[in-house]
Structure formats: structure tokens, C-alpha cells
Design a protein around this ligand. Structure first.
Ligand code: ANZ
Length: 756
């Protein structure tokens, strides 16, 4: 027969899939659905990288797997297109971000098609398309109406030379990334979403999700709920400082107070002797990042010149200012208890302040109970051109008014010069015609000429609802169609490798808000989350252009390996949640494996020699994919093929092989199934053919042999099951009644050691 020619086979099947709209999804009441998505990519000029391929292939393996099992599968695709790279490119080259984005999307689409992804291309979305951002603006207005989108003064990084606001990532070692001048913090009016309104629910409902523990913990820490109290320390009868403490019981040991440099009442605390030094300290502190400040390695701080009374001891204690106290948390003021708190002790030692060991008092004796969160409201305004315009206009008094919903979208106008304006406003400030708009003023009851908001929305706003747009991407009447939503959502499996506390928190917040508004019939948008590892260069280092170690996935395909090899290799590369290093030799190995699969078609045996291994392989691949153990599923297929070469493959062996291979190598598998005249329905196994291998497992308690258990060999990779079997055994249970400290499982030695 002919030799395996991936390029030819892949072209053939990609054409067939395109011609037949093979992956178009429609609602089918009565058929269970499965909605899978990756975190949609930012279409950069560099094209797809191997990390995207891992991300998209995981989704694709599952999409094809569930489709082969008869579920009604939805796997859409989209592009997260607003953001700084396109704008910076425009500033540098003068080429419109709209143009660059279109070119990049076209390239991404072509590349994704060459990888054979089972995408419903009719549902493609692009966040910078006016038909999309029109609804992002609608979402903003719903939040605005409920007071959850509001304005507040806040400190921003500011470059006095470039006269522009800078994003955190544009400040490098305290200097402007563009001109190198030292940056400052400047107080400016900004837009926020009130995510803190949902802090409790975001914290409490996360445990109901099938998400990796790592991500759940990161979100919990980010929300950072602290239960404590606010206590007043009086300077005079009418003047006081309120502190937030999680340890009101330590108040007897509070020997000084510390306020943040930005503390609102700071000026009031200063004396003629201290003013100059404190203000110099403040301006230095404003240049530091929050992380630097919390570290406060040198324990810097200055005395304000004022004292307050500790309400428990009635002692007069000094008030200091130090940048380890953050303005945005609690009240921006703390009671320092150096005998109890390490940071306070180090500070007291550095400044010769009293350290007094005392007893604890009853927690409710002083102050009022207070729950505090680390999470702040989400700052969403960007002084940037390339983003979704905020649908707001200001009247002559500077008061904001929403642009009426029937005037959406507020189109992003085309401009010539993308440089932010000298007042720190985006390039939109220079679009003079666009700036003027007639809006109804409810204060005067008249339609008046107003000035548009020139800030644009944080790109994370655009991605906070796109998963719902996928249900009805062409809807011109609503952001999403409730019927389509009820059928497809929530997302069953979501796959990504980033945004643990940003995007994945924001989308949960919007979901709860729109559920409260009656627009969504669920309160959590994503049931299961797969958070996968990165692919690194062969030496384990991060791939980067400057190191010249980037592997271009298209090169792998064009070298003759084909997309099936690339996909299968990236699933074989290691456990899905771990980072993995690219290994060119292993790519070759996967290619040879696919060749061997194809060549088996050459000589089909009449005798069925492989009923046991066939059933075993079907079971193993099925259960592995269910557990997202893609690498061991591929390994099982490799073993199976080795066996078939030894014993001879019959028709049924090959049909099973092609069906199991299809999620990983869909082109080759489709070709094999066609030649075998078989459909792609997922195969089932029959337990009666699975003579189970048993193993004996040694159970130790504190290193001493206490029991031996006989187990099914396939259970050896299920540590949790083994642990619970051991703990349930009466010979073990008598030693572990008080719980275990840890367990050490060594599958190769068939040994479980419980430490009590
Ligand atoms: C006295 C005390 C004694 C404290 C003690 C802790 C231990 P979390 O758990 O993070 O909420 N704190 C309060 N506001 C602060 C701010 N704006 N910047 C820096 N530190 C601040 O921690 C709350 C504790 O962190 C508070 O309780 C306060 O110190 C400090 F043995 O008060 B504690």
C-alpha cells in the first residue's frame, strides 16, 4: 500500500470537514450537550505557538471524544483582540490596530484550521468587532444602573515626561518603560466595577466547582477574607484614628500606631518639626510598588509628632507613618503589637519603640466587629485608545450620563495619532468630532450636547461574558439569547493556563450579577476547569524570541510530520497539569507510531488474537481521557500497536484503534475508518474479557508492616482509593484512630506508609 502521507491526508479531511460544516452545533432538545472552550487567544502577530497548540488540542481531544460518545458538542472559537500590544504597534508604525488585528486573526484562523480542530466556525467572535463590543457596553450599562460601575479617585502610575498614565506592567524598576524617567503616583478619577459586593459569594461557592485545588486556593487568598474589629484610638475627645485588627485580643500590647503614607488625615498629625521629613517620606513611598512596600526590608518609617490613647491601657502611644501599612486595606491605620506581631517587632526594634508582653483580653471587649477583604474593586478604565469605549458622556458640570442603549455601540473612531494626549487621556481625546454627543440630561429634562468619556474598558471586561455570547453569537437583539443559554450553558469544561485570579474571578462575578438581574439561570459560569502546564524549550527554559528557542508549530507540520503528530505529541508530552520540555526526538517517535498505525492497514488478519488487550486498551483510553490523563492514553495506544504487530491485527482491532486514536490524530483516524468502512462511534469494552491482574500491597504504619492488601492492578494508579481501602481495614484502623499526619505511597514498591 502507499506510505503514510500526513500532508495529503490532512488536506483531504480538512476540506471534507469544511465542505460539510462538520462541527456546526445546533440545539437538540433531548440530547445531552457538552460545551467546551479554551481561554480564547490574543491573536498576536507572531501566530500560534506551541502553548496554544497544547491548550486547543486538550479541548479538541475532549470535543471529539464526547462527540464520538454521542453527546451534542459545542466547541466555538474567538479572539480577545483589544489591548496594549496592538496599540503600541500602532504608536510605533502608524498602522491601525483594526488592520493589524484583522491580519492576525486571519493568520490564527488559517493556522487553527491546519491543526484540524473541531471548531464550529460559524460561531467565531472577536471582542473588537462593534457588533460584539456593543454588548460589552450594554453589560457595562447594566452594572452602571445598579451602582456597580462607579467612579472614584485613585492613585495611578504617571510619567511626568511622557505625560501619561502607565499600566503596572509599563513601570520597570520605578521607571517609565518608554523614556526611563522616574514615575510618580498621581490621583485621578477612575472607573471601577464593584466586585467586592460579591466577595462572600465568590468565596463561599468556589468549593462547589470541579476546579483544581490550586486555583481555588489562589482565588480564596485573593479575596482574602479577614475577620476582626475596628478600634478607635483617640488623640483628643473629637479626634481619633480607627485601626483594623484581626487580633483585638492583643490590644494591651499595642505600644504605637502606624498609618499609611497616603492616610487621609496624615497632614493633621504633623507638627512643624516633623512635616518636612514626613512629606519627603511620603513622596518616596508613593514611588514604590505594593509588593516592595509590604516587604519593607529596611523597616523605614517616621514619627508624625502626634500621640493617641490606647483605650485598654490608657497609655499615650506615638503615631508613626510607615509604608508597610497600605492605604487601600482596612482603614489604612494599624495598632502595632510588637510583642505579638513579627513585622511590628522588627519595626519597634529598628526605631526603639516599646515592646510590652501582656496578657490577651476578651475579643469583643474593644471596638466593633468588622470583616475585611483583600480584594479591591476592579479598576476598569484605561487611558488607552485600543479598547471598548465606555458608554458615558459628561454634561457641562462634569457629571456622567449613560449613553442610551439604543445608541449603542459607541463606535471606536478611527484616528491618525495613537499617542495618549498630554493630559494622560487616551488618543480619543483628540477625536474632536467624535467627542461631542447629544444625550438626554435627566437633571434638566433636555437633550444636551455632552462630551464623551475618553477612557476605554479593561480588556478583561470584554472577556467576562464571551462564553455566553458563544451560545448565540449573531444575536442582534440581545447580548445572549436566553433559550440558547439555557441549552448550552454553563460551560462544561474550560481549558487554560493563565488568569487564575483575574479573568476566572471576573467572569464568576459577572455571572452572579447577571443571574441576579434575571439574565442567566445559573450562578457559576464554568463547571470544570483544566489548568494545564506550559511547554518549555528542550533545555527546560521558557521559550522566548530573545533566546531564539521558540518552536514554531507550523514548522513541525511543514517539516512533514503533520498536524496529527504535533497534536498527539503535545498530549503525550506529560501530565496535563505540569510544565513539559519540548523533545524533538519524541516528536519523531510519535510520528513513527502514527506510521505504524497506518501501515497496519496493509495486512489485516482473519483471526482475532487480541480480544483481551483490545478490551483493556478501550477501557484504559476511555477512563484516562475521562480523567484528563491524555499522556497515558497515548501510551496505552502505543502499547496496543506494539502488541498488534506481534500477533497480527484483525479488522476489529484496527477499527478500535482508529476510533480511540481519533481525538488525538483525527485526520489519520478518519482515513483509517474510511478504509475500514467503519463509523467513529466510541468503542465499549466488555469486562468479561478483562482477566484482572492482582497485586499485593504492603501497608505500613510509621514504617512497620501492619497489613497486606490484594488489589486489582489497575487500582495501583489510584492513590486515594488505596488510602481509603487501607484506612477501612481493621488491622490498620486501630493505629489510625487519631488521624494520619501524612501518607507516602510508592507504587513501584507496592507500598503505602501511613505516618501517625
Ligand atoms: C494588631 C495585630 C496583632 C495584628 C497581631 C496582627 C497580629 P490580615 O489577616 O491580612 O487581614 N493590618 C491592618 N491593616 C493593615 C494595612 N492597611 N496595611 C498593613 N497591615 C495592616 O491582617 C490583618 C492584620 O494586618 C491586622 O491585625 C493589622 O495588624 C495588620 F498579633 O493588628 B493586626
Amino acid at each position: 500500500m502507499d506510505r503514510y502521507d500526513p500532508i495529503k491526508i490532512e488536506q483531504k479531511w480538512q476540506q471534507i470537514w469544511a465542505d460539510t460544516s462538520a462541527f456546526k452545533a445546533t440545539e437538540q432538545n433531548g440530547t445531552p450537550k457538552m460545551f467546551l472552550a479554551e481561554m480564547f487567544p490574543y491573536p498576536s502577530g507572531a501566530g500560534l505557538h506551541v502553548g496554544h497548540v497544547r491548550n486547543f488540542t486538550i479541548v479538541d481531544v475532549l470535543t471529539r471524544f464526547y462527540a464520538q460518545q454521542g453527546l451534542n458538542v459545542l466547541r466555538p472559537f474567538g479572539y480577545d483582540t483589544f489591548g496594549l500590544p496592538a496599540e503600541n504597534y500602532a504608536i510605533k508604525t502608524g498602522i491601525a490596530p483594526q488592520e493589524v488585528t484583522k491580519t492576525n486573526i486571519d493568520n490564527f484562523r488559517t493556522q487553527a484550521k491546519r491543526l484540524g480542530f473541531a471548531i464550529d466556525w460559524s460561531r467565531e467572535i472577536n471582542t473588537s468587532d462593534p457588533e460584539y463590543y456593543r454588548w460589552t457596553q450594554w453589560c457595562f450599562l447594566q452594572l452602571y444602573k445598579k451602582g456597580l460601575a462607579y467612579q472614584k479617585e485613585s492613585y495611578q502610575w504617571w510619567c511626568p515626561v511622557d505625560q501619561t498614565v502607565l499600566a503596572n506592567e509599563q513601570v520597570e524598576n520605578g521607571k517609565c518603560w518608554r523614556c526611563g524617567h522616574e514615575v510618580e503616583k498621581k490621583k485621578m478619577k477612575q472607573w471601577f466595577f464593584k466586585i467586592t459586593e460579591y466577595a462572600d459569594e465568590l468565596l463561599e461557592s468556589i468549593d462547589s466547582l470541579e476546579w483544581p485545588d490550586k486555583i481555588k486556593t489562589m482565588q480564596k487568598n485573593w479575596i482574602g477574607r479577614s475577620i476582626g474589629a475596628e478600634i478607635d484610638f483617640h488623640l483628643t475627645d473629637s479626634q481619633k484614628i480607627t485601626v483594623f485588627t484581626t487580633r483585638p485580643d492583643t490590644i494591651m500590647g499595642a505600644t504605637f500606631l502606624v498609618v499609611a503614607p497616603e492616610y487621609a488625615g496624615l497632614d493633621y498629625l504633623l507638627t512643624d518639626d516633623t512635616r518636612e521629613e514626613v512629606l519627603a517620606y511620603k513622596s518616596a513611598a508613593l514611588k514604590k510598588s505594593e509588593i516592595e512596600r509590604q516587604e519593607n526590608k529596611e523597616k523605614t518609617g517616621v514619627f508624625t509628632g502626634s500621640y493617641a490613647i490606647n483605650p485598654a491601657t490608657k497609655e499615650k502611644i506615638p503615631i508613626w507613618v510607615a509604608d508597610y501599612v497600605l492605604a487601600g486595606y482596612g482603614t489604612g491605620a494599624i495598632m502595632a503589637v510588637p510583642a505579638m506581631d513579627d513585622r511590628d517587632r522588627e519595626f519597634a526594634e529598628a526605631h526603639n519603640l516599646a515592646i510590652v508582653e501582656t496578657e490577651l483580653v476578651d475579643r469583643d471587649l474593644y471596638g466593633t466587629p468588622k470583616t475585611m477583604y483583600k480584594m479591591r474593586d476592579w479598576l476598569i478604565s484605561r487611558q488607552r485608545y485600543w479598547g471598548c469605549p465606555i458608554p458615558i458622556a459628561y454634561d457641562s458640570e462634569g457629571d456622567p450620563h449613560p449613553i442610551p442603549e439604543d445608541q449603542l455601540p459607541v463606535m471606536l473612531p478611527e484616528v491618525k495619532d495613537y499617542q495618549p494626549d498630554s493630559s494622560g487621556r487616551s488618543a480619543l481625546a483628540k477625536a474632536t468630532d467624535w467627542l461631542k454627543v447629544k444625550v438626554y440630561n435627566e437633571k434638566t429634562g433636555k437633550i444636551e450636547e455632552m462630551t464623551r468619556e475618553t477612557d476605554t474598558l479593561d480588556g478583561y471586561a470584554c472577556s467576562s461574558w464571551y462564553l455566553w455570547r458563544y451560545a448565540s453569537p449573531h444575536d442582534t437583539k440581545a447580548a445572549w439569547d436566553p433559550e440558547a443559554i439555557r441549552y448550552w450553558e454553563p460551560v462544561d469544561i474550560y481549558v487554560g493556563a493563565d488568569h487564575a485570579v483575574a479573568h476566572l474571578l471576573y467572569i464568576r462575578f459577572w455571572c452572579k450579577f447577571f443571574a441576579d438581574e434575571g439574565y442567566l439561570p445559573f450562578r457559576e459560569p464554568i463547571k470544570k476547569l483544566i489548568y494545564h502546564g506550559y511547554i518549555n524549550a528542550p533545555d527546560g527554559k521558557k521559550m522566548s524570541k530573545s533566546k531564539g528557542n521558540v518552536i514554531d508549530p507550523l514548522d513541525v507540520i511543514n517539516d512533514g510530520y503533520g498536524a496529527d503528530t504535533l497534536r498527539t505529541y503535545e498530549m503525550f508530552i506529560g501530565p496535563v497539569e505540569l510544565d513539559a520540555a519540548w523533545d524533538p526526538r519524541s516528536v519523531g517517535g510519535v510520528y513513527r507510531f502514527l506510521n505504524r498505525c497506518y501501515n497496519l492497514l496493509d495486512s489485516i488478519s482473519d483471526i482475532d488474537n487480541n480480544i483481551t488487550i483490545r478490551n483493556k486498551t478501550i477501557k484504559k483510553v476511555t477512563t484516562d481521557i475521562h480523567k484528563y490523563n491524555f499522556n497515558t492514553a497515548v501510551a496505552a495506544l502505543m502499547e496496543y500497536v506494539n502488541e498488534l504487530y506481534k500477533t497480527g491485527a484483525c479488522h476489529e482491532d484496527l477499527v478500535a484503534l482508529a476510533k480511540l486514536l481519533k481525538p488525538f490524530a483525527p485526520h489519520l483516524a478518519s482515513e483509517m475508518l474510511e478504509r475500514l468502512d467503519a463509523n467513529d462511534e466510541w468503542p465499549t469494552w466488555d469486562d468479561k474479557y478483562l482477566v484482572s491482574d492482582t497485586v499485593e500491597l504492603v501497608i505500613q504504619v510509621n514504617g512497620k508492616l501492619r497489613a497486606k492488601l490484594t488489589l486489582d492492578a489497575s487500582d495501583l494508579d489510584d492513590e486515594e482509593k488505596i488510602k481509603s481501602l487501607a484506612l477501612a481495614d481493621p488491622r490498620i484502623a486501630k493505629y489510625t484512630a487519631d488521624g494520619i499526619k501524612k501518607s507516602i505511597f510508592v507504587p513501584r514498591a507496592k507500598l503505602l506508609n501511613l505516618v501517625v
